[in-house]
Design a protein around this ligand. Sequence first.
Ligand code: SAM
Length: 156
Amino acid sequence: MKICLLCVGRLSIGYLREGAADFEARLQRYLPVRIVELKEEKSGKNDAEYIRRQEGRRILEKIPAGSFVIALDERGRSVSSEKLAALLERHMMESTPELTLIIGGAYGLCDEVKQRADMLMSLSEMTLTHQMARLVLLEQLYRGFTIVRNEPYHNR
Ligand SMILES: C[S@@+](CC[C@H](N)C(=O)[O-])C[C@H]1O[C@@H](n2cnc3c(N)ncnc32)[C@H](O)[C@@H]1O
């Protein structure tokens, strides 16, 4: 199995870039990880729906065929680290070719992307910046694999 992260926007903050690179490198020990950064829509500044739709179009074009799609949304299903680990393990056992996780831009994800997703997942009920969400997600994926492999990282 491979992991693809589709992210609207870049990591412009140094400490988040550094943290994300660290967890991405740790994750690569378990499986190939590809991070695709998509352009943030700059036009239509006061039209959130237009921005979401434009960014949504770019996201939908990049979803790899045959992948299981998880869209990140604060209103999605909240899962514990153990449940995320179980989900990762299940997809590896079922030979899912690719897990695609999507992080939206400043105005979130459009309905078309949410409908395309197989699951909407929340990292917290609180709203994170898309840059913070990327770091938290990478850490949780790494944590998930250490749980699957029973490696020392997650202390319960
Ligand atoms: C600044 S947030 C967008 C907030 C937007 N107002 C909304 O209602 O979705 C940018 C992106 O980060 C991700 N994100 C932020 N907080 C999150 C959370 N608590 N759980 C899951 N994803 C989150 C989502 O993918 C979201 O589209």
